[in-house]
Design a protein. Structure first.
Lengths: 180, 456, 456, 180
């Protein structure tokens, strides 16, 4: 037995009517995962697009797992799936959109600087390939210059913040494409 | 130097309280939140929220650099530290000054001198304020033994840098002094980075009474009467009242005068509290410590005086004179506050974070609810367990207690256990109604009976 | 005859409001609920809730027998009807009297005479109060045509038993009279069981102004100033203000005097409202109708006068004299209320019942929120769509509007669409700020533009 | 594939953590139904036991239905499963406990009378067999005597309300056993 399209529809409806943030259902090889991020910070006029309140990921597919694991959890934050632990000056990673994009996010509130000092070349530019240990920017907290490392390999697709702007903790700074 | 926009460097109910005061004063507010508090009531009601770091307080609410960066980055001109976290860290006041921000509180110097228990105690003594039968900072265990022998046992060893019940060790006999001193010093060094100790006579039936003070930058200073915070469990206040009806009026007058004198000597600016211990049996009192911030229990004073203490903090910080003179401060009726925590009193008060699936507050009847909780709120496990302060005002203590009991009965909380039922039992206890309680009454007398076990 | 326990015969925000007033007065409250309202905020905050019938209002909130049975069965000594439902049914006042219950409102006779539009109009006329260019009750279509020709078109046909915009038909020319009269009579008979009609000149730019009156059982009577409720959609009020700043002061004075005179003639007891229409273009006014109950918009009057109207209803019903004399009534600043409904203004204001998954109210800044909603509340489909009244007070109209806008911006509602954004657009509209609006401004001018369509 | 005990436990935990009132899950012949009634009227000192806030029914068993129907709903009231429409003076029926008990509930608020007039014999007594059209009591609303009919056939197991007491709409008046 597997989930019918009607089952999936009713599950999605039930999920949307609920206050849950996440729901995964695996039945006989069919897996259904629903997740919704939390509300973005209120009133924040953040430069980067806030996480959507609509379901972010809806995946229905065949999974190798045979056991029917059913779970639900409700988170408060708009956090991405668990990322590997990282030191303070290394960016948190989050899986991006379905096209395989990666994001480098701010490890702290602070000012975003693309160069080691005014007038110097940028740490990275769009189109550039970076490795996990490469410094991609500085987030300055009260004269303390935190060098942010990419944490992952990829090609810079876009820079999401203006040089010198304030960034919040967790705000997306760079979007990268997976290195092919 | 009128304020325009305030960074609220705190969370929970006090962050909501400060946002409210800002709105009342026509100021914009920005709340600095950790990642765990992005969807918090403070974030939702403020004009803006800015995420400063991860859930861990060390990298968010306790990080002075991030707080100041958030204030500067969002164009704030002042920082309100609330209580706890950075509220009594002189370094925050200094960092604010350095970056052109108004710190809503006293000067770094006043925080330092008022917050160091040994220094404050010496200052009080120099002003002729009783400091109890105790010592100055102790050099070593030998001196401690000599002083303790002089006072008579039991005594209590206290960390100079401690407060709120932390860093205290009771010593019942001379033989225990040496070992207790070593342990207490070690613990104080670990907890506060400062191992200096002093000691005091241990009072068996003590009442904790504190005086609310307001002072402006122009030399104006008033007290707003006193509060009785004797209903405690493990040195944590459960219930606070104003005025301290059980304390004789002449003592209350002396406490208020002493508090004003002490704050004047500290060149204090803003809202502060001077704590005293009153020895019920002997009818004497002594200075305990200064809290250089707004207190959790400030609402009871607001309700009996009609003065908004948090708004006064804002106007004082903006350079205004005090809104009242001492003669304008008139106490009306009685007010009582309880702290409702997400704890299970049947499981040794284990904190119980989780989803508050339903939250409905009582209405009317002299009640005030200060809270950050709403239906659907998930209490994060990283911080304290305070859900709400329920405060009742009435023409007298009995009426206020009855109103508070009604308020607790109609506070609907589903999803997490709370201390509401326990608090109702305390409010109804004959000893509490008759004001026979003291700072260890909850632990020694009330709880054993409430648990259905014979009293220890 | 002091009251002890009140049955609240209503639901929604007004039921919560009455429970609050009872608690403030030290009275117990019992809320009569339908099956759909068992888990309602009113049921949770009252001292007791009693289920009187199924969701259908006909068999619960509109059933006088069940309401009285619930009051008697729970030991209540008084019944508060709120607004809507049974509030203006003289039969409830009579049933209460018959069973020894105090009806919190005027006498059945005053409800009958005040509530019958034709009778009230004739009474007003006899007191020399302008009633507009209109008619007494019309015998037939022929008489209607003659009267309408005399007044000049357009005119409006109104049902004697109607109110709140129901039972009204606009007639633009003499040829339409006959058919319109037949249709309006038929509709009025269907809706109110009473087909009697009268007609009035149709005013193009009308302001709806009403006066709040309080009267006691001892002949005391005062007005609490007036409210401007001109911001309407399909005769339903969206926004209400106090005072009616756009109306010249001499007219406002005359309206208040007329309202007091009319209520005195009705031997009115309790809180009542006299509605007037002010012809903006010609600077003249006329009597519209009497509402023999507390109004939805009573909070704006409370905020500018500092007088709690619902508490006054309770004390008056208990036999007390009025808490104030006319000279004690002083207006302070300006207050504005908006009604936030669970409706989708982009879908022709279709009501949208459902689960309110998140509900967080703004704090501070001169705001007051009257609501029955909480996070996790499921709005039943059986009743009206009012979610909350958001009310702001400020030193002047501009400040009050700005504060209200902030309040709406920070009212967090998830799960159902609301009219909050539409209301914010109205508050910001230049015509509204400049007070150029009138009772049909929303429909004729604002909405077409707001929808992005060219004005009709 | 069928639900394991662990699955069931996690489902119950998820359900309890949620605000849902009802949840039914049928997977390949295994059916799980969870329901929880609404909160009882606050402060009500009703004579009859209010519905519990804990899950009322937890049924795990083999069902004939093969389709995997998954649904969730959240009700506000503590209503029993939908009953057939009934005229005003006929009691609402609710399926009772697992032992096949039936309940006759009050059609209105009012006073509960077991006899047609004071001193007269009871309409019904414990142990008596009643038919759907039999009058079992009167619920008086302001001198209006509403004769309540059983609405179902059965044997009176218990009378839940004292003669003369006020009853609320929906309050259980009689518990019946199914006629065997």
């Amino acid at each position: 037995m597997s989930l019918t399209p009607e089952d999936v529809q009713s599950l999605i409806a039930a999920f949307e009517a609920s206050e849950w943030d996440e729901m995964t259902l695996s039945v006989d090889g069919t897996q259904l995962a629903l997740s919704r991020s939390g509300r973005p910070p209120a009133g924040a006029a953040a430069p980067a697009a806030p996480p959507s309140t609509a379901p972010e990921t809806v995946v229905v597919g065949q999974s190798g797992a045979a056991a029917g694991a059913i779970g639900g959890s409700r988170g408060t934050g708009g956090a991405a799936p668990p990322a590997p632990p990282s030191p303070d000056t290394t960016a948190t990673l989050g899986d991006g959109t379905a096209e395989g994009a990666l994001r480098i996010t701010a490890p702290s509130v602070g000012l975003f600087w693309r160069s080691p000092q005014p007038g110097a070349p940028h740490f990275v530019d769009v189109g550039q390939t970076v490795g996990p240990d490469d410094t991609v920017c500085i987030v300055e907290v009260m004269k303390l210059m935190n060098h942010v490392q990419a944490g992952i390999a990829g090609v810079v697709r876009s820079v999401e913040v203006e040089n010198g702007a304030m960034v919040e903790h967790g705000q997306v700074l760079f979007v990268l494409d997976r290195a092919s | 130097m009128t304020l325009r926009q305030v960074l609220v460097a705190n969370r929970g109910e006090i962050a909501v309280r400060v946002v409210r005061a800002c709105a009342d004063e026509g100021l914009r507010s920005v709340v600095a939140v950790s990642e765990a508090d992005r969807v918090s009531r403070a974030a939702l009601v403020a004009d803006r929220a800015v995420c400063i770091g991860p859930a861990s307080a060390t990298d968010s609410y306790l990080d002075i650099g991030r707080v100041v960066a958030a204030a500067l980055g969002t164009g704030c001109d002042a920082v309100h530290p609330g209580y706890g976290f950075l509220a009594e860290r002189p370094e925050l006041a200094e960092a604010c000054a350095e970056h052109g921000l108004v710190f809503i509180g006293p000067s770094a110097d006043a925080i330092r001198r008022g917050g160091d228990k040994a220094v404050a105690r010496e200052l009080a003594e120099s002003l002729g304020i009783p400091v109890g039968e105790g010592s100055a900072t102790l050099a070593d265990a030998v001196q401690a033994r000599a002083v303790a022998d002089g006072i008579g046992y039991p005594v209590v060893l206290k960390a100079a840098a401690g407060g709120g019940g932390r860093g205290m060790v009771r010593v019942d006999s001379g033989e225990q002094v040496s070992e207790a001193f070593a342990r207490a010093t070690h613990e104080a060094r670990q907890a506060f980075g400062d191992g200096r100790m002093y000691l005091e006579r241990f009072i068996t039936r003590a009442r904790h009474v504190e005086v609310q003070v307001l002072a402006d930058r122009h030399g104006g200073i008033v007290h707003l009467g006193e509060r009785d915070c004797s209903t405690q469990r493990r040195y944590q206040k459960l219930i606070e009242e104003a005025p301290a009806r059980a304390v004789p009026e002449d003592i209350r007058r002396d406490l208020c005068a002493a508090a004003v004198e002490l704050c004047r000597a500290l060149d204090y600016v803003g809202a502060g509290t001077v704590e005293f211990v009153v020895d019920v049996d002997r009818g004497i009192w002594s200075f305990l410590e200064v809290n250089t911030r707004v207190q959790v229990e400030h609402p009871v004073t607001e309700m009996v005086t009609g003065i908004d203490i948090v708004r006064a903090q804002l106007t004082i910080a903006g350079g205004d004179k005090l809104p009242v003179q001492q003669s304008d401060v008139v106490l009306r009726g009685h007010a009582v506050e309880v702290r409702v925590n997400a704890e299970d009193p049947r499981q040794d008060f284990a904190p119980a974070p989780g989803l508050v699936s339903r939250w409905v507050e009582p209405v009317g009847g002299g009640l005030r609810i200060d809270t950050h909780v709403f239906g659907g709120y998930r209490i994060p496990p990283h911080y304290d367990s305070l859900l709400a302060k329920v405060i009742a005002h009435g023409p007298d203590r009995e009426a206020a207690l009855d109103r508070l009991d009604r308020g607790l009965a109609h506070l609907v909380v589903e999803g997490v256990p709370t201390t509401a039922e326990l608090l109702r039992a305390v409010l109804g206890a004959p000893d509490f109604r008759a004001e026979h309680h003291h700072t260890r009454w909850i632990e020694q007398e009330f709880l054993p009976e409430w648990r259905g076990a014979p009293a220890a």
